[in-house]
Design a protein around this ligand. Structure first.
Ligand code: SF4
Length: 75
C-alpha cells in the first residue's frame, strides 16, 4: 500500500512503492538520488527550468513502478 504523501508537495516526489532500481537517478542525477539507508530514491532538487522539468518528466515516465508522484503544479 502506498504511503500517504505530504500534501501539497513541490513538483515531484517519490513514494513508498520505490524499488530502488536507480533508473530515475540515471536519467536525472541532479534531481533524484538513491538514499542507501532507506533503499529508496528521493528528490534532491526540484526542477526550475524547462530542461530540468523535461528530465524529471522523463524519470517520471520511466519509473517501472509508478513511484514518482507529480504535483498538479506540473500539469
Ligand atoms: S525509477 Fe522509480 S522505482 Fe526506480 S529508483 Fe526511481 S523512484 Fe524508485
Amino acid at each position: 500500500m502506498k504511503k500517504k504523501l505530504n500534501n501539497p508537495f513541490e513538483h515531484f516526489q517519490v513514494d513508498s512503492d520505490c524499488i530502488s532500481c536507480d533508473m530515475c537517478e540515471g536519467i536525472a542525477p541532479l534531481h533524484f538520488k538513491i538514499i542507501q539507508d532507506k533503499q529508496c530514491a528521493a528528490v534532491i532538487k526540484q526542477p526550475q527550468t524547462p530542461s530540468e522539468f523535461k528530465v524529471c518528466e522523463d524519470a517520471f515516465t520511466c519509473c517501472p513502478v509508478g513511484a514518482i508522484q507529480k504535483s498538479s503544479l506540473c500539469q
